[in-house]
Design a binder for this molecule. Structure first.
Ligand SMILES: [Zn+2]
Length: 174
């Protein structure tokens, strides 16, 4: 991962384009695999009619706040790890990651506050990726451990022919 601040605008996901559709599915699989590996009940929701693509995870009860935050960061970064498999150009992977970046900004701010560490950024795009590198590395390790790009593509290729274009798709496995 490069040490840089993001300057891209998010691009809207184009469901009608097969390679972009696959990148979306891979992205959500990255979140999902991390969430499941950390023991969260989860599901992927893909709704092309609403342009709504999300991985939902249930919160764990009675875990320390710091653990919840750190696990949320790891799950959040799973999307980026998976999207990077799909793009030669890292900026294209980041474009699909803007929503997550905003969310990570809030999570990192809470983590740093709890740790009494500096968090000088006023806006999510000012936060460099080095701030969450340790969580990115854990996401990457989790996904690599289950088989990395090859495994994710295998799952995506199995899922994609079954997806409906005109309705909500809910994906749950493992
Ligand atoms: Zn995401």
């Amino acid at each position: 991962m490069e040490n840089k601040t993001i300057t891209l605008d998010g691009k809207s996901q184009d469901w009608s384009n097969p390679s972009k559709r696959k990148a979306t599915v891979m992205h959500e699989l990255g979140h999902y695999i991390c969430a499941r590996s950390l023991g969260y009940d989860s599901k992927i929701i893909l709704d092309p009619t609403k342009r709504f693509y999300k991985t939902w995870k249930e919160e764990k009860e009675n875990i320390p706040k710091m653990q919840a935050l750190e696990e949320s960061a790891i799950v959040g970064l799973g999307g980026l790890v998976a999207e990077e498999y799909m793009h030669a150009n890292k900026d294209d992977a980041l474009a699909g990651f803007m929503g997550d970046y905003k969310e990570l900004f809030g999570i990192m701010k809470e983590i740093k506050t709890l740790k009494n560490q500096d968090f000088p950024y006023q806006f999510f795009l000012y936060m460099p990726m080095t701030e969450f590198k340790e969580y990115y590395d854990i996401s990457s390790q989790i996904i690599e451990k289950i088989g990395g790009k090859q495994k994710l593509e295998e799952i995506a290729d199995k899922i994609m022919p079954q997806l409906k274009d005109d309705n909500e798709n809910i994906i749950k496995f493992g």
